[in-house]
Design a protein around this ligand. Structure first.
Ligand SMILES: CCCCCCCC/C=C\CCCCCCCC(=O)SCCNC(=O)CCNC(=O)[C@H](O)C(C)(C)COP(=O)(O)OP(=O)(O)OC[C@H]1O[C@@H](n2cnc3c(N)ncnc32)[C@H](O)[C@@H]1OP(=O)(O)O
Length: 196
């Protein structure tokens, strides 16, 4: 089987156009939901991924592999690495395009083992949009922003309405999250909205 995937994006796309209210390069993005496995502070064994806006429709994320993330002894579990890319790519979509969207497809290439204790530096980028379809990709480098690529990913996010979350998710938790965000907006004086 070839390691080379087909052309990307796989369809004709519009170039990505960042939302006029997208956070500027250099902005730390913080946690979008405390109980998110990818970034939440309340999930002890979670990835605690942290992200910053980069130049040119990119988001830079970092996470450090702990013993809670092992598959083989001393090595990161591939599924949790895929989770880190889902989070990093989702953060690029949510923050730069400010469109509510969910992962439709996520492809990962695991190129090098990722040991416990190492830090993955992920650069996620918007590749283009086609209607509701948003194409993104990312590279994860070992222990430095210019380290060797350990994992690469490509993803398709699909824009959804808010009812996707209210119908299929937990309405009470959504209300709590919305209230917390309203408080933050008042504190920070901005109009920040959150894709759950
Ligand atoms: C107000 C905004 C404010 C922003 C502020 C930002 C704050 C911070 C932001 C954010 C951080 C977030 C970080 C989190 C990241 C984690 C994300 C996740 O893990 S999400 C959970 C996992 N994913 C699911 O659970 C989806 C489950 N799937 C579905 O619900 C549906 O299948 C869905 C919505 C994906 C599509 O269903 P349909 O009925 O709406 O639409 P159909 O017609 O099926 O698809 C639309 C188009 O997409 C293509 N498509 C869909 N899935 C595809 C696939 N797997 N492969 C190829 N194409 C696919 C289809 O072929 C179609 O294309 P054609 O329009 O016909 O050209």
């Amino acid at each position: 089987m070839s390691r080379v995937s087909g052309p990307w994006p796989p369809v004709d796309v519009e170039p990505p156009a960042a939302h006029p209210k997208a956070p500027a390069p250099g902005t730390d993005l913080g946690v979008h939901y405390d109980e998110c496995f990818g970034c939440g502070d309340d999930v002890e064994a979670g990835l605690h991924l942290r992200s910053t806006v980069g130049e040119g429709n990119t988001v830079h994320s970092k996470f450090t592999v702990t013993p809670a993330h092992q598959g083989a002894p001393g090595l990161a579990h591939g599924g949790l690495l895929a989770c880190a890319f889902d989070e990093a790519l989702g953060s690029a979509v949510g923050n730069l395009l400010r469109r509510p969207a969910v992962t439709g497809k996520l492809e990962t290439d695991f190129r090098r083992p990722v040991p416990v204790g190492s830090t993955l530096y992920i650069e996620a980028r918007l590749d283009g949009t086609a209607g509701r379809k948003i194409y993104v990709s990312a590279d994860g480098r070992l222990d430095a922003a210019d380290g060797p690529i350990a994992v690469s990913a490509r993803g398709l996010f699909v824009q959804v309405g808010f009812e996707h979350f209210s119908t299929h998710g937990d309405p009470q938790a959504l209300d709590k999250l919305a209230e917390a965000n309203r408080k933050n907006e008042r504190t920070r004086g901005d109009e920040w909205e959150i894709n759950p």
